[in-house]
Design a protein around this ligand. Structure first.
Ligand code: FMN
Length: 338
């Protein structure tokens, strides 16, 4: 959407200096343009608009397209989880322009993680399943929103979804999914939704922002009217939360996020030989700079930052000491396995 048209809307932000600077730019980010559009429609506050615009990747204004949602399906069948995800899709389409794409993990030729540590120690390409993983990563990075959907099997997410997360685990050291908002969807016959929804947010450490968790007990395809109504209500709530998150700037990092960043910053800097891939990734992005407060450049609460510096450093040193104990050195645990 051309910026001139957006400014012509009912905007008080015309006076804002940051936006004035933007007017001189040829490019505007996709997300920024959408938020501006929302502002013009009276749905977003000016300060939120400006923060969003200043924090996002830039793309030609002419390329602003419907938001892409990639639904990663962790069930081996098109059953309850698919039904629930489709209800969310319907509600999302009523709220805005969305393109949904379903990725069925059962159809991927992805073997189980061998535990070779290749991705962690030597880099992504060292994974024996790199060809498949890199394609999933490409699709994740191309999406604005991601739905991770799984039924409960033996009180947790399915092995299909867990196996994918295992293959993405190196992004917990080298996070990259900062532009993607996530909806977690989980179904069960009786129990385990709470447990699964507590383990699935591991994706947060990879950079994803978890916008909402949707858990439902769904006994069968023979649903009563009351059950269908409950599904509709919960799907509606999830769609609204996901839609809001997709149009809002990234929320401020939590204290845990900041501690993780600081611990990695110290640990990867001191252990170049043990974690060369992580060291290089941080160095390339300037993340070793002590002035850097988080992976992405954004406002950080100063008190949380102070606590995170202290706790993160202490935890990095503790890990370093633990990995350097003679028993671990002898067993090869402190370096890449052969
Ligand atoms: C192998 C297997 C294990 C299951 N384990 C659980 C469980 O631990 N707790 C539970 O409440 N339901 C369990 N279920 C039931 C499913 O979670 C439930 O039916 C779910 O809605 C199925 O979703 P789907 O149709 O998308 O596959 C299990 C089902 C299967 C096939």
């Amino acid at each position: 959407m051309p910026i001139a048209r957006l400014i012509a809307g009912p905007c008080r932000i015309k006076e804002q200096p940051a936006l004035r600077r933007l007017l001189n730019e040829v490019f505007i980010s996709e997300r920024g343009a959408r938020v501006l559009q929302d502002h013009a429609a009276g749905a977003a506050k000016p300060c939120r608009v400006l923060r969003s615009v200043s924090r996002t990747r830039f793309a030609p204004a002419s390329e602003v397209a419907p938001m892409k949602v990639l639904a990663i399906m962790g069930s081996p069948r098109k059953g309850d989880t698919y039904h629930l995800t489709q209800r969310v899709e319907e509600k999302m389409r009523a709220l805005g322009e969305y393109e949904f794409e379903y990725l069925w993990l059962r159809d991927l030729d992805l073997g189980f993680c061998h535990g070779c540590y290749g991705c962690l120690w030597r880099g992504d390409e060292a994974c024996p399943h790199h060809d498949v993983v890199v394609e999933v990563e490409r699709r994740l990075l191309a999406a604005d929103g991601v739905v991770f959907a799984s039924p409960v099997y033996a009180l947790d997410m399915t092995a299909l979804l867990k196996n994918l997360l295992d293959h993405l685990a190196h992004h917990m050291h080298r996070p990259c999914f900062f532009d993607q908002r996530v909806l977690l969807v989980c179904t069960a016959g009786a129990m385990g939704v709470g447990i699964a929804l507590r383990t699935m947010p591991a994706v947060g450490v990879m950079g994803f922002t978890v916008a909402h968790k949707l858990g439902m007990l769904m006994q069968s395809e023979q649903r009563t009217h009351a059950e269908e109504r409950l599904i509709e209500r919960k799907a509606e709530r999830a769609a609204q939360a996901f839609h809001r998150a997709l149009h809002a700037p990234r929320p401020s990092p939590s204290l845990m996020d900041l501690i993780t960043f600081r611990a990695q910053q110290v640990f990867f800097r001191l252990n170049r030989d043990q974690v060369p891939a992580d060291h290089e990734y941080f160095a390339e992005r300037g993340w070793f700079n002590p002035q850097r407060k988080y992976y992405v450049d954004m406002p950080v609460n100063p008190l949380k930052d102070l606590v995170a510096r202290f706790v993160g450093r202490a935890s990095a040193w503790q890990t370093r000491r633990r990995l350097a104990t003679p028993a671990r050195v002898a067993s090869g645990m402190s370096g890449p396995p052969q």
